[in-house]
Design a protein around this ligand. Structure first.
Ligand code: MSP
Length: 741
């Protein structure tokens, strides 16, 4: 059997679907970010792309986690699934569909697949006694007490009447399939491991369980639920419409199946490269074209994972450096397929070296000079010299190297090739120094040099920006505007990567306004991220324990995520507020345009979220707020709290206020009205990074005037020790104007 030939006009790619027993961390974000970069490039190449992600919500592990958290599995799964989806949205990931395995469309498809396998004689009833790893939801060979070879946990003995899938019938077929499709799985280490597993002999696989009920019932024998991996793997077809009678679903399935790539973590290769093609072959469905395994993200020397307690959240990096910084780091630093260490130091080093001082600085120099010397209009380049020819050749080399490396998933090499062009363009600028006219150079000659150099450097930047767009989408969009090229997403829709050649920056093009791209990260960026993580972990535990002993609960790492879910399932908005707030000590940061942050004070809003921490109201005010030390708790009544109108708003405009270096002027949208607010956060937030962000404001604060401007409200933020505020936000989508109660 062979995979069907690739149809290059459409591309279907998938992430693994994530277990909902714990909140997302960077390890989960990694696969999803890689898929997003690929999907963006495919679309910009004019390929109709379908990018699927989602959550894996059934099974014993989830059932137990929900019970531990005192929630129903439905509530528990919905809360965590929402966190995944919310995070992907916050990071700007462009998935086309998000499937939850608890959705009806999925259940129907899985039951259809199970019935098909049974009707075709590949499923039979038997009994199973053996070892089972609940954490990996996997059967393990060995006597009672055997440890799971994947995660090292002790397995449980299961003795049940089960349905079995005739996996043993596929041993030879699979080996032939791998042989005939050498590109089916990668990297090479994955291929070797899978082939040797199959050569070692395949036993029939138990595909139902009776000892718990959180799953999809076996059609016609409802005391069995379908084995979670058969359920989960089927998401790749049920999301397209497999098992549906609707014409539109059938058309989507016919169009996009088989998948071009399942991107997975290396520890789940066996499920994707052995079980999945066997299920599909048995059901008479085409097999996917490829499976690619990413390595693990390591932190503190171990695989980042909830159970080890060594996790970093994507939100932390997003808050401090932005999501492009995270994308760039993951794709540049870690050769795809290998394990890679994540450290805050390496992240900041890459950010400053490659983005702030490299690409960002290059763009800013050129855009500013075009404005300064040519009124923001691209000049005629004139006759080129050896230097321009050489830069054009470098761009040709980058163009030739980037695409194939990226498409082979050598993202790191692709970026290296592109950054060679960044460096050459930088060197070209420095060598020609258009900002400096030697005394013996006539003015007309200097003007011609400036025109030639800036038009040529601008063109190099255009090429770099177009190529890097899938990896740095937010920043590339800003540069595209600055280069006068309009909206990069529109260019992507018009398949701009298909015709990317030297010479696209036309003389006469009006540049957009210069705007900073990657403000240099100062020394405290690492500390800020570490603090956010530490506070986040401790505070979630603290909030979970209702403010009881931190040390006591902090050790129970497994409880951390489960209890935060407990809250998430309840008063979600308040909990999100609390989760942001828990990063902080009880501080109120009162910022005045020209004064330093004030000493810590308790904020009354803290009581609203029932967390032993305070949310800060960041307003620009010229009055000192009353100070109160954390040792002197002062209670307010619910009526007091009800007087404060907290509402969700979105920032539409953010700009600095001239001559007030701490102050930003914001225009926010409350859904029912727009307002101007002045906030003393200019030292901590780049205005352009705030645009579009949803925040919480105190909406009924009396207006006050500062610097001749009226402020109508106050933002909420948590302040870290040292004074840097962290704005409140939501992981889930919340409508504008929604009130926090
Ligand atoms: N639910 C299954 C997948 C079913 S796909 C039909 C599952 N879920 S998971 O949440 O445990 O893992 C999802 C993915 O996240 C896996 O590909 C896993 O490798 C990846 N990662 C989780 N932690 C990771 C790192 N620390 N580093 C890189 N990826 C890791 O398995």
């Amino acid at each position: 059997m062979t995979t069907s030939a690739s149809n290059s006009s459409r591309y279907y790619l998938t992430t693994p679907i994530y277990y909902v027993n714990a909140r997302p961390h960077l390890g989960h974000a990694y696969s999803t970010i890689v898929c997003d970069a690929i999907a963006r490039r495919k679309r910009a190449l004019g390929i109709e792309t379908w990018f699927l992600t989602g959550t894996d919500e059934h099974g014993q592990k989830i059932e137990r986690s929900a019970a531990l958290a005192g929630r129903t599995p439905e509530e528990f799964a919905a809360a965590i699934s929402g966190e995944f989806k919310g995070l992907w949205d916050q990071l700007g990931l462009t998935y086309d569909d998000f499937i939850r395995t608890t959705e009806e469309r999925h259940k129907r498809g899985v039951q259809h697949l199970f019935a098909t396998l049974r009707d075709k004689g590949f499923i039979y009833k038997g009994s199973y006694t053996g070892q089972y790893c609940v954490s990996d939801e996997a059967y393990v060979d060995g006597p009672p007490g055997t440890v799971c070879p994947d995660c090292g946990r002790v397995t449980e003995t299961v003795s049940e009447e089960n349905y079995f899938f005739k996996l043993s019938a596929f041993e030879r077929k699979l080996l032939e399939f791998y042989e005939a499709n050498p590109g089916f799985m990668g990297p090479e280490s994955t291929r070797r491991e899978v082939v040797s597993f199959v050569r070692g002999g395949l036993k029939d696989l138990s595909v139902s369980r009776t000892s718990f009920s959180w799953g999809i019932p076996v059609p016609g024998d409802e005391k069995h639920v379908i084995y979670v991996w058969l359920d989960a793997l089927a998401n790749y077809i049920t999301a397209l419409g497999y098992g549906s009678d609707e014409a539109a679903d059938q058309a989507r399935f016919a169009k996009f199946w088989p998948a071009d790539m399942h991107l997975i973590g290396k520890e789940i290769s066996r499920f994707h490269c052995v079980y999945w093609p066997a299920f599909l072959m048995a059901a008479g469905i085409a097999t996917p074209r490829s499976v690619r395994a990413n390595g693990w993200l390591l932190f503190d020397q171990g695989k980042m994972s909830k159970s080890k307690g060594n996790i970093v959240r994507a939100e932390t990096v997003h808050t401090v450096l932005g999501s492009d910084a995270l994308r760039y780091f993951l794709l540049r630093e870690i050769p795809f397929g290998q394990d890679g260490s994540f450290t805050f130091d390496a992240l900041v080093q890459r950010y400053n070296g490659d983005l702030a001082n490299g690409y960002g600085n290059l763009v800013s120099r050129v855009v500013n000079m075009v404005h300064k010397y040519f009124g923001g209009v691209v000049p005629e380049a004139g006759v080129s010299t050896v230097a321009e020819d050489s830069l054009r050749e470098s761009a040709g080399r980058a163009l030739a190297a980037f695409g194939p490396a990226f498409d082979e998933m050598n993202f790191s090499d692709a970026l290296k090739a592109l950054w060679a062009l960044v460096a050459e363009t930088d060197g070209y600028l420095t060598a020609n120094a258009p900002w400096k006219r030697p005394a013996d150079r006539p003015e007309a000659e200097h003007l011609a040099l400036q025109a030639r150099v800036l038009a040529t450097a601008g063109e190099a930047i255009r090429i770099i920006t177009a190529l890097v767009y899938p990896i740095l989408p937010e920043s590339a969009a800003k540069v595209w505007r600055q280069l006068g090229q309009g909206e990069i997403d529109d260019s992507a829709k018009q398949a701009f990567l298909t015709e990317l050649t030297w010479g696209g920056l036309k003389a006469g093009t009006k540049f957009g306004e210069p705007a900073p791209l990657f403000p240099r990260a100062e020394k405290d960026a690492v500390e800020r991220m570490q603090q956010i993580e530490e506070q986040n972990n401790l505070s979630v535990v603290e909030a979970a324990s209702g403010g009881t002993s931190l040390e006591k609960t902090a050790k129970k790492e497994i409880v951390v995520d489960e209890v935060s879910v407990k809250q998430a399932a309840g008063a979600k908005a308040q909990v999100d507020l609390a989760v942001t707030a828990v990063r902080a000590k009880a501080l109120t940061y009162q910022s005045c345009p020209d004064t330093k942050p004030q000493s810590p004070t308790a904020a009354p809003i803290a009581t609203a979220v029932q967390a032993p921490v305070a949310v800060t109201a960041v307003a620009a005010t010229e009055q000192p707020v009353a100070t109160q030390t954390p040792e002197e708790p002062q209670h307010i009544t619910i009526d007091d709290f009800a007087k404060v109108e907290l509402r969700v708003a979105q920032i539409l405009v953010a700009e600095r206020v001239p001559k007030a270096d701490k102050l930003l002027r914001l225009e926010v949208d409350l859904g029912y009205e727009k307002r101007q607010i002045l906030a003393g956060i200019a030292q901590y937030y780049e205005p352009e990074k705030l645009i579009g962000r949803k925040i919480v404001i105190v909406a009924n604060l009396a207006p006050r005037k500062m610097r001749g401007l009226e402020s109508n409200g106050m933002l909420l933020a948590a302040s870290l020790e040292g004074g840097a505020p962290v704005l409140t936000g939501f992981l889930e989508d919340v409508p504008l104007g929604a009130r926090l109660k």
